[in-house]
Design a protein around this ligand. Structure first.
Ligand code: HDE
Length: 745
């Protein structure tokens, strides 16, 4: 049957949608080029659901909970029963027609998305970044201007483990920051180690295959202590520098709040006058850089696999907001892109801070926990190519591969190309792209001409001028080159900087490094791998090599390259200074016969110092005596030393009394006898891990029964609870009593 044609324009709704009548564009000639900007039409402001400026951005995601009185289906129909499937009789078969049953289970079946191929295990928080204005000389990005406040979302992660793996494994940590700036989203996707394993992205699948569990048994989980990892890093000696950082205390951070962050690659900044500089980004934690000790890290993996995640949430919830200063090392943008002989395009090299100081440009404060882990932490999608005007990339070959990889991986991880519409990924700046349709499209785009130039949608949108636009590349010369699969000669030096790092460590830190290599290589089975790894160490330092070889029971090989003559960089050491103690955890061991008013005062003093007190007692509930009952947070059964930065033993009520002896008769508690093995374990472990331990008014006897010298370094014996807390705070500022075990080196 012939269709009836009409000359009249088809009826079109507002903005081109069928249904509602709306204005119809007058017929115009075929568009050629825009002569001058046409006035924007109302529907050119961009799809509201994608970019509602000031509304549901990633920084303040739309909050949806079970709201309203009635449970409904996904279609909004009220349900009267969600506990019984529809059956043919109470004991009969379940009927396929039960829509609610099918919908509920189908949705559940699809609740998981693929975990990140690397950095699967992570934790995140919201915050703000405030520029100091000091970057203006080198960068025109508006969010770096003085006192501009920009919402941020930060995700910390381990690299190798699965989503459910433990937090305190020896590994690199991711430190990815999303700045929701008014000029678009800028992602600084960095690590807590300033160098990387490889110099070319093409090797990334190889290093990750080597580090991940073996493909046959899928073990070990979240570990580098196995043959394939050491096989790879000993064959690719460019990995030596990063591996050395991993084996140092940087590989086992005490907290995400106590880690540095690094952009790793060299970036190019552009200022308002169009002048360029090369820079390296640094995050400096206000709390200093601190680590666990290896035995402690291993214990935590069993006792509290969520240790870092919990620590971050607890600190933010307690108001101890973690802060980092953002800083840049600035280098002239010379054609050779080197600084004092260091190749700035080589991601296995640092520039020592002594040679190029880190200049602070802003402060980041994390002040809010996520509301929903999946919606925010799991679905956040970072990309080193998310740049804003004033920030550009360089030709670091590792970065080039990353610029491809992150978008690609999000498409499979988040199920299509529209992941920027997920609340946590929505920019703060208005979005007016011409991307249309695709899986999980949530915007109802109006208009008919998502192409340009166009005349049907008023010619909109227009492109920005070169002075305000992003992705205005600096015209760096790249031609006159041959196509090659090669690396520059400077990339071949794999040992100078590892030696620099080693020489910059204190004796205590060197001992930890030796112990780490000895542990990891001791877990390898292949003799050839161990021997090759020792050969690498010989090229860093003979002492390091000899000590590890002795631990493995193998001969120490000779170096195959001359040892580099380098100056140490003291800034690389994390020991020696005093730092704020905010958010540290102080355990106070007490029983009902203890000096409870002292316990109350000690708790208050810990809180006043911005730290968290946890009372540990023989049983849960409260400790009742004179005054307010003291709430018990941990019992001898649930507490383990690794949860605390310091441990204090509550003294006896009367000054001068032999607290634990005197209370033995009175209270009859195991603590009073001073012999409860769980208390002794708490003390000895904390002592062995270099932590502040002690107490007040008679604690010495119990310390002695645990084999701890009350006069030893970092051991606190005070007259009162508040005095004990004051001494503890002082000790904690230096993190650990390292002088308790003088290093042998
Ligand atoms: Fe990544 N990296 N990476 N990476 N990376 C990913 O992207 C990749 C590299 C880093 O919390 C993936 O969204 C390649 C260096 C962090 O969500 C993936 C190469 C640095 C995170 C990917 C590198 C990083 C990732 C996996 C070599 C420090 C977690 C999931 C060329 C400067 C971000 C995802 C988050 C995640 C690829 C090397 C940091 C597969 C190909 C160097 C912090 O796209």
């Amino acid at each position: 049957m012939a269709t009836e044609h009409s000359d009249a324009a088809p009826e079109r709704g507002e903005g081109g949608l069928p249904g509602k009548p709306g204005p119809v564009s007058p017929s115009v000639a075929e568009p050629t080029h825009s002569t001058e900007p046409l006035p924007a039409k109302p529907d050119q402001a961009g799809p509201e659901t994608v970019s509602p400026t000031g509304q549901a951005t990633g920084a303040a995601p739309a909050r949806v909970a079970q709201s309203g009185a009635y449970l409904t289906t996904a279609q909004g129909a009220r349900l009267h029963d969600t506990d019984h499937s529809l059956k043919a009789g109470a004991r009969g078969p379940v009927l396929l027609q039960d829509h609610h049953l099918r919908e509920k289970i189908t949705h559940f079946d699809h609740e998981r998305i693929p975990e990140r191929v690397v950095h699967a295990r992570g934790a995140a928080a919201h915050g703000v970044f405030r520029g100091y204005g000091t970057a203006a000389e080198v960068c025109k990005a508006a969010f770096l201007a003085k006192d501009v406040e920009t919402p941020v979302f930060v995700r910390f992660s381990t690299v190798l483990g699965s989503r459910g793996s433990s937090d305190t494994v020896r590994d690199t940590r991711g430190f990815a920051t999303k700045f929701y700036t008014d000029e678009g989203t800028f992602d600084l996707v960095g690590n807590n180690i300033p160098v990387f394993f490889i110099q070319d992205a093409v090797k990334f699948p190889d290093i990750i295959h080597a580090g991940k569990p073996h493909p046959d048994r899928e073990i070990p989980q979240a570990q580098s202590a196995h043959d394939t990892f050491w096989d790879f890093v000993s064959l690719h000696t460019e990995a030596t520098h990063h591996t050395l950082w991993n084996m140092s205390d940087r590989g086992i951070p005490r907290s995400y709040r106590m880690m540095e962050g690094f952009g790793v690659h060299t970036f190019r900044l552009v200022n308002g006058a169009g002048e360029t500089s090369l820079v390296k980004f640094h995050w400096k934690p206000k709390l200093g850089v601190h680590s666990l000790v290896w035995e402690e890290a291993q214990l935590i993996n069993g006792m509290d696999p969520d240790f870092h995640r919990r620590d971050l949430c607890d600190a933010i919830e307690a108001g101890a907001f973690p802060q980092w200063e953002l800083g840049i090392q600035v280098f002239p943008d010379t054609p050779d892109q080197t600084f004092e002989g260091i190749d700035l395009l080589d991601p296995t090299k640092i520039v020592p801070e002594e040679r190029a100081p880190v200049q602070p440009i802003g402060l980041m404060t994390l002040n809010a926990n996520v509301t929903n882990f999946f919606a925010e932490t799991e679905q956040v999608a970072f990309h080193p190519g998310h740049l804003v005007p004033g920030i550009d990339v360089t030709d670091d070959p590792l970065l080039a591969g990353r610029l491809f990889s992150y978008l690609d991986t999000q498409i499979s991880r988040l199920g299509g190309p529209n992941f920027a519409q997920i609340p946590v990924n929505r920019p703060q700046a208005p979005v007016n792209d011409m991307f249309r349709d695709g899986m999980h499209q949530t915007a109802v785009h109006t208009g008919v001409a998502p192409y340009r130039p166009n005349s049907l949608d008023g010619g909109c949108p227009f492109t920005a001028g070169a002075d305000t636009g992003a992705y205005v590349e600096t015209p760096v010369r790249v031609s006159e080159a041959r196509k090659v699969r090669e690396a520059p000669a400077s990339f071949e030096d794999h040992f100078t900087q590892p030696r620099l790092f080693w020489l910059s460590m204190t004796p205590t830190e060197r001992e930890h490094i030796i112990a780490a290599y000895t542990f990891e290589l001791g877990k390898c089975y292949e003799q050839a791998v161990k021997e090759r790894a020792l050969g690498v160490l010989a090229n860093i330092d003979p002492v390091l090599c000899e000590q590890v070889a002795a631990g493995l029971g193998l001969p120490a090989p000779e170096p195959t390259v001359p040892l580099a003559d380098v100056e140490a960089s003291p800034a690389l050491s994390q020991l020696g200074a005093a730092w704020p103690t905010d958010g540290r955890v102080v355990g106070i061991v007490a029983d009902k016969a203890a000096d409870l008013s002292g316990v109350r005062a000690a708790r208050q003093a810990v809180l006043d110092a911005g730290m968290t007190p946890l009372v540990i007692a023989p049983a849960g509930g409260t400790l009742d005596g004179d005054g307010e009952p003291v709430t018990v947070q941990r019992t001898f059964a649930t507490a383990r030393s690794v949860e605390f930065d310091a441990l204090l033993l509550a003294g006896a009520p009367a000054a001068g009394a032999d607290a634990y002896g005197a209370r033995d008769a009175k209270a009859g508690s195991p603590l009073a006898q001073g012999t409860d093995p769980r208390v002794l374990l708490l003390l000895t472990e904390a002592y062995r891990h270099g932590k502040a331990v002690g107490g007040w008014n008679g604690a010495s006897a119990l310390l002695q029964s645990a084999g701890i010298d009350p006069g030893g370094p970092g051991v606190i014996t005070a007259e009162s609870g508040t005095a004990a807390v004051a001494a503890t705070t002082e000790a904690l500022a230096r993190h650990r009593a390292w002088d308790r075990f003088p290093p042998a080196l």
